[in-house]
Design a protein around this ligand. Structure first.
Ligand code: NDP
Length: 265
């Protein structure tokens, strides 16, 4: 057996925690693998780059998840349904695509009990996969987005959608920031007047951004709400990707303690 090579493709990609997460898991579990990062500028070259580099598997981050979807020869049914792939494995010369963001997110919010209605702030690529898996699990998902364009797909798929202009506030059990607002700036994902209507009645507030306390989570805390950032989502999507990378020879619980160490370093 030879050392298997893995990578994360993205642009930018230098900030990614994935190499540390996966390498700690390879080391801890004794798997002969190595995981690095690759700055992919042109998403249309994804497949060629994968084979040129002699990789066994990759994760894909912003902005290439749709290109990753198009590069695959075979798609897992859920990845096919949501049109986004964040994990690819090579098997006998073919590329197999999976989406581990959505099941990772589902597990991350499972600690909040008695949740029926979920308000998504944002309607981008991450909202696309996570909204579907939540609906499949019986949650009611409502989307509120800054602009109309990205809401079209959701509307066609039967979701209740709003922009800031036509939003009618109700009570939502969970309010989730699915936007990149607060990632590299100090902006809120929606106008303060709207957040002041939806946060006070929520049971908890969640942000998919990790590694910092966003203005959205800071605001939620002023109302005394339980909050959660995107670290667990990142960890869980990584564990599920690792299961694919290692052909399911390690269970979720065996991988978790090793991958978790990346969040202490
Ligand atoms: P996209 O680029 O696909 O979508 C961005 C969304 O954010 C759009 O709905 C956009 O609205 C909205 N938006 C951006 N800036 C603002 C702003 N200033 N105010 C209000 N709305 C804004 O991004 P993704 O869906 O891929 O990623 C979203 C977030 O999820 C990112 O912060 C990313 O880091 C995080 N993420 C976290 C993961 C984890 O493991 N924790 C995994 C994957 C993603 P509009 O349509 O109007 O432009």
């Amino acid at each position: 057996m030879y050392k298997q090579l893995f990578a994360i493709f993205g642009n930018p990609v230098s900030h990614s925690k994935s190499p540390l997460m996966h390498n700690l898991s390879f080391q801890g579990l004794g798997f002969d693998g190595c995981y690095t990062r690759y700055l992919l500028e042109d998403g249309t070259t994804l497949k060629k780059t994968f084979f040129d580099l002699g990789l066994k598997g990759i994760n894909i981050t912003v902005p290439h998840k749709e290109h990753a979807y198009n590069a695959c020869d075979e798609l897992d049914p859920f990845a096919k349904k949501v049109g986004a792939v964040n994990t690819i494995m090579e098997k006998e010369g073919k590329l197999y695509g999976y989406n581990t963001d959505a099941p990772g997110f589902l597990k991350a919010i499972s600690e909040f009990k008695d949740i029926k209605t979920v308000l998504f702030l944002g309607a981008g690529g991450t909202a696309q996969s996570t909204s579907r898996i939540l609906r499949d699990e019986g949650y009611e998902v409502i989307l509120l987005n800054r602009s109309e364009g990205r809401l079209e797909k959701f509307k066609e798929d039967g979701f209740e959608t709003y922009t800031f202009e036509n939003f009618i506030s109700k009570e939502y059990d969970l309010v989730i920031n699915m936007t990149s607002a607060g990632l590299e700036d100090d902006s809120l994902p929606a106008p303060l007047e709207i957040l002041e209507q939806v946060i006070p009645t929520a049971k908890a507030c969640v942000d998919v951004i990790y590694g910092k306390e966003t203005p959205f989570l800071k605001l939620a805390k002023t109302y005394g709400k339980p909050t959660k950032d995107g670290s667990d989502m990142l960890l869980y999507q990584g564990i599920i990707a690792f299961e694919h990378f290692t052909n399911h020879q390690y269970s979720f619980d065996k991988i978790e303690p090793h991958m978790k160490k990346a969040f202490m370093l």
